[in-house]
Design a protein around this ligand. Structure first.
Ligand code: PGA
Length: 234
């Protein structure tokens, strides 16, 4: 089964970086599906490097409204216009720095689906929640409140907040348990479940071999072409 591998560049990149990156990435052969999510100003240039078959373009966020007086925001329709097939929504950095709630994430996901864009909805517990034994309950509540009801495909990214950008990866057992919980909870919907949080070329294959893990969401390691190519090639 082809895996879904999403590169979340966050607020990194430049025209020079992108030229160098894809000069190298062009040589990457894979049966997996790869999604590049650059910052909005670079969607147009990255679009020229994806083939919409094995490689796709994705946004890092969208507004829940189609248009209007929302300075600094981009709509799902604009992402569609730029050629995006996916959009990351409710990333913990958005939830934390921009106070995004489950309700808002759901509205954004509905806006994306309306444009035919597959939302990648991020959920995950904090370290405090894991240590107090409420990780599963937290994630279930996020799923209940941020997932739209739809027959279209949705991607759920399980990203423990404490594993993002820290080098701390959840154990294979914890990942398998949470993905099992998410899969059981989302029965009946068209969902893919991917894992994110300090994924590297060293741990990606073992994580993707777990049951109910349909792929990975890669932050830091997606910025190094060689490392990302190793993850993608499997
Ligand atoms: P990381 O980020 O791979 O750098 O931990 C993952 C993410 O935030 O999506």
């Amino acid at each position: 089964m082809a895996k879904l591998i999403v590169a979340n560049w966050k607020m990194n990149g430049s025209f020079d970086f992108i030229d160098d990156y894809f000069e190298e990435f062009e040589n990457c052969e894979t049966a997996n599906t790869v999604v590049f999510c650059p910052p909005s100003p670079y969607l147009g240039i990255v679009k020229t490097y994806v083939n919409d078959e094995t490689t796709h373009l994705g946004g890092q966020d969208c507004h829940n409204q189609a248009l209007g007086a929302y300075t600094g925001d981009v709509s799902a329709a604009m992402l569609r216009d730029c050629g995006c097939a996916y959009v990351i929504l409710g990333h913990s950095e958005r939830r934390h720095h921009h106070s995004e709630t489950n309700t808002l994430v759901k509205a954004k996901a509905e806006a994306a689906l309306k444009q035919g864009i597959t939302p990648i909805i991020c959920v995950g517990e904090t370290l405090e929640q894991r240590q107090s034994g409420s990780a599963q309950a937290t994630v279930i509540q996020q799923l209940d409140e941020s997932l739209p009801k739809t027959k279209q495909t949705i991607v759920i990214a399980y990203e423990p907040v404490w594993a993002i950008g820290t080098g701390l990866v959840a154990s294979l057992e914890d990942i398998a348990n949470m993905h099992q919980t998410i899969a059981s909870h989302c029965q009946g919907g068209e969902v893919k479940i991917i894992y994110g949080g300090s994924v590297t070329d060293v741990n990606a294959a073992a994580i993707m071999a777990l049951p109910h893990v349909d792929g990975v969401l890669v932050g830091g390691a997606s910025l190094k072409t060689e490392t990302f190519m190793a993850i993608v090639a499997g």
